[in-house]
Design a protein around this ligand. Structure first.
Ligand code: AMP
Length: 285
């Protein structure tokens, strides 16, 4: 496994691999890797000749009062895990190597970035799109792997790829959870033991919603009522949003139908957690 720390070094590697017609899978991450990231890496290894994992805590996607400084950085352990998984290369640039000179060009999706997480994190998706576009241009992947844990991020990147004609196949990957149901996240390590217990309410609420839908409920309002009652009754948990939206436009929907996303964001202590249930298809009743 190779470690590249500059754009030029990665470009040289990519040029060599492309010259021998290798397919390239890219897994963008901020490090502090867990089984959720590992699932993306495994999938990329299965589907591509070469897998590049980027590890970069991107300052542009953190708001002024967010956790950029204290975000966990565990490069040594991450490298160990990636070596075991069989990744081909790691791209771990420093901030100055990625954001050079006058940095005026932005990529924004004003419509989708203002919804869901965009309300509390107004500059977040602009930062995400910029780094992802840069990584796409540097690594020139055949396929890029994103977790559905960050569904809004995936959809916004998918729009960017279509709108700007990136010749890259995006591969959405299912949410990986702990046995308890808690969705894995690098930020879970901020939770105390009691907060971890409280955080289980997110998955519990989504499970209750799923059961209701499986029993035939199609009214978004009725499903939101159940989600709200479970979350609001959990001590020490503060709801940021509960939304049922179309999985492509992220517009609110009144009916649960094909391509519907149920998305939650809650604060447990100071930690903001997100989780979701994506309904790809429903039986028409
Ligand atoms: P991050 O390092 O948090 O930026 O995440 C890097 C990638 O891993 C993103 O595409 C995330 O959606 C994905 N990811 C994070 N947590 C999970 C999880 N629990 N299950 C699946 N994918 C995940």
């Amino acid at each position: 496994m190779e470690l590249f720390e500059t754009v030029e070094a990665l470009r040289r590697f990519v040029a060599k691999e492309k010259a021998s017609n290798k397919s390239i899978g890219l897994v963008p991450t901020m490090g502090s890797l867990h089984e959720g990231h590992a699932s993306l890496v495994r999938r990329s290894i299965e589907e591509n000749d070469v897998t590049i994992v980027s590890i970069f805590v991107n300052p542009k996607q953190f708001g002024p009062n967010e956790d950029f400084d204290k975000y966990p950085r565990t490069l040594k352990e991450d490298m160990e895990l990636l070596r075991k998984l069989g990744a081909t290369a790691i791209f771990h640039p420093d901030i100055d190597g990625i954001y050079v000179r006058d940095d005026f060009t932005e990529i924004t999706n004003t419509i989708l970035s203002e919804k869901l997480c965009g309300i509390t994190r107004p500059t977040h998706f602009k930062g995400v799109l910029k780094i992802v576009a840069k990584l796409f241009n540097i690594a020139e992947p055949t396929r890029a792997y994103f977790g559905m844990k960050d569904f809004q991020q995936y959809v916004i990147i998918k729009h960017m790829v279509e709108d700007l004609n990136f010749n890259i196949e995006l591969v959405p990957c299912p949410i990986v959870r702990e046995e308890s149901g808690l969705a894995l996240s690098s930020r879970n390590r901020y939770l105390s033991i009691e907060e971890r217990e409280r955080a289980l309410a997110l998955n519990k609420a989504l499970k209750a919603a799923e059961e209701l839908i499986n029993n035939g409920e199609r009214s978004a309002f009725e499903v939101i009522k159940v989600l709200y009652s479970i979350l609001s009754e959990t001590e020490g948990l503060r709801i940021d949003y509960i939304k049922i939206v179309d999985g492509w436009t992220l517009e609110d929907t009144v009916q649960i139908s094909t391509n519907t996303l149920i998305a939650l964001a809650c604060y447990v202590g100071n930690v903001r957690l997100i989780d979701n249930l994506y309904i790809e298809k429903v039986e028409i009743l």
